[in-house]
Design a protein around this ligand. Structure first.
Ligand SMILES: [Fe+2]
Length: 182
């Protein structure tokens, strides 16, 4: 069922925080603070609240209480993530840079911290000259966190106008391309 009859101002507005299960909260806190500058809002032990039998660390990028939540169950046996097999789950999550200069700065940070860049930098585009033939019109690179959660750092993603056109960051309309649903 489509939500056509629902008032625009009542619809959800964005995909916001992600909660990652991590094998060691301290290691992940260090990584996310050091590489991306996330700040710890609050941290709680398992069973501190009777409804929450696992550790939680709420981290934020700006003013909102949390953008990233690290969780860790001390009773769970964690296995290393594998590209070969494993349960279904999140393939990657993404953090948006305000512009290309910021993106380039994080790319340099990733290199200087010797993070493993598993893909990119790449321009996801079949339209722009430097593009790799994929989708979104955005620049991206991908790194792994200490538990091999794949993080995409990106900027300049296309926007979709009311007619379903793709508009690049520089304001160009991508020719011969429309979204599947308006
Ligand atoms: Fe992505």
């Amino acid at each position: 069922m489509k939500l056509d009859s629902v008032r625009e101002d009542l619809k959800v507005v964005k995909c916001q925080h992600v909660s990652l299960e991590v094998s060691n909260v301290d290691n992940s806190l260090e990584f996310y603070r050091n590489f991306l500058g996330l700040k710890l809002t609050e941290r709680h032990l398992a069973n501190e609240n009777p409804a929450i039998p696992f550790e939680m660390a709420f981290m934020r990028l700006g003013k909102q209480h949390h953008d990233l939540v690290l969780t860790h169950d001390p009773n769970k046996e964690y296995t290393e993530k594998s590209n070969i097999s494993g349960p279904v789950g999140i393939h990657h999550y993404a953090l948006e840079c305000p512009n290309k200069e910021s993106f380039d700065m994080y790319l340099e940070r990733a290199k200087s911290l010797n993070l493993e860049i598993v893909r990119g930098p790449v321009l996801h585009s079949a339209f722009q000259k430097k593009g790799d033939g994929t989708w979104g019109e955005n620049w991206s690179f991908y790194v792994l966190d200490p538990d091999k959660h794949r993080i995409e750092i990106f900027c300049e993603m296309a926007t979709i106008d009311n007619e379903g056109n793709y508009i690049t960051n520089s304001g160009e309309v991508v020719p011969h391309l429309k979204v599947k649903e308006i």
